[in-house]
Design a protein around this ligand. Structure first.
Ligand SMILES: [Zn+2]
Length: 331
């Protein structure tokens, strides 16, 4: 089965397992809008190349409707970070698309070499509520080994503090939140810049849940850190966050367009693997093995985490909408 194409088999999975769990009103705290022509023709990411060429407000709704039917979704949107993408064009596109969607918010894509005052001016002019940083802009090679300071410099944190901005941080380094350098930087940034609101993407990059489980105590007591659930397909990291930080810090996120890939991330040893039809032999004797969409696998995971931490309906609604509503001050 193909990425981007939602089949009857997918619809049945949603109806069977998810329809009674997912509330009617959603705030998606992690979703990417982009245009394929903002990438150089020879370096368009595969997921972008195989999907719609323009993925803004209308296309987002068109793509999410079959995935999560009959819901109203607002969100926190940001560009698709990539080494060669035209960052300014992507931010401009985000700004234009947000004009059509007053109930949603946007985060500016930032690179570590940007002047802090340019960032301040841009967020003020465009009404962005936060920043989106990414390790691919770090000078270190491989960028997956980068320290947070290398792709989110302290001067940019200061601007976020002064302007009351959120920042979505997808941590790297092999062990993510179990890495002491990552722990120390997050604590220092959050304590010294209390008006900045840090959102740790992917359950503190808990793609191997054991890393978040090992590291979450290091964040206990911090008042300005949240976690999104985007593209997380094992429940242990979300459960650890709820147990240590409380459910009010958990924000539902889809990671659109990753939602429309088929596969699942599994913890293996001290790291993780994104299983796809391209890297795994799906021929097994006991079943007709089909890969589900990441968007559905991550909702299943959030459901398991909510059940095992005994969330009631109103707490589940907090995760899907209420917590983001408070964070971004809509009401
Ligand atoms: Zn993402």
């Amino acid at each position: 089965m193909n990425d981007w194409i939602i089949t009857d088999w997918d619809r049945e999975l949603f109806n069977r397992e998810l329809n009674s769990f997912v509330p009617l009103r959603l705030f998606d705290a992690h979703a990417h809008w982009y245009r394929a022509d903002h990438f150089p023709p020879d370096d368009v990411p595969g997921l972008v190349k195989s999907g719609p060429p323009i993925a803004g407000s209308a296309e987002f709704d068109r793509q999410m409707e079959p995935l999560i039917p009959n819901r109203t979704t607002e969100g926190l949107f940001f560009p698709f970070p990539h080494t060669t993408v035209d960052v300014n064009a992507e931010n401009e596109f985000l700004f234009q698309e947000l004009q059509k969607r007053p109930g949603s918010r946007g985060q500016m894509l930032v690179t570590p070499d940007q002047d802090p005052e340019f960032i301040r001016d841009t967020v003020r002019q465009c009404g962005f509520v936060g920043l989106k940083c990414y390790h691919v802009y770090s000078p270190r090679r491989p960028t997956f080994d980068s320290y947070i300071e290398e792709y989110l410099p302290e001067e940019q944190i200061r601007i976020a503090h002064e302007e009351g901005l959120s920042i979505t941080l997808h941590m790297v380094r092999a062990r993510a939140l179990a890495d002491v350098a990552n722990q120390q930087t997050i604590r220092r940034y959050c304590e010294q810049y209390p008006n900045m609101r840090l959102i740790l993407a992917h359950a503190a990059r808990g793609f191997n849940a054991h890393h978040t489980i090992l590291g979450i105590e290091s964040l206990r007591g911090l008042q300005n850190v949240w976690f999104d659930t985007s593209a997380v397909t094992d429940s242990g990291a979300i459960e650890a966050i709820i147990n240590v930080m409380g459910h009010k810090r958990v924000l539902y996120g889809s990671d659109f367009p990753v939602t429309h890939l088929r596969g699942r991330c599994v913890a293996l040893g001290d790291t993780f693997l994104w299983i796809s039809a391209g890297n795994t032999d799906l021929h097994v004797p006991y079943a007709d093995l089909k890969l589900a969409l990441v968007g559905h696998e991550s909702l299943r995971t959030l459901k398991v985490a909510a059940m095992s931490t005994r969330m009631n309906d109103s707490q589940v609604e907090d995760i899907f909408y209420g917590n983001a509503n408070e964070l971004f001050g809509f009401t």
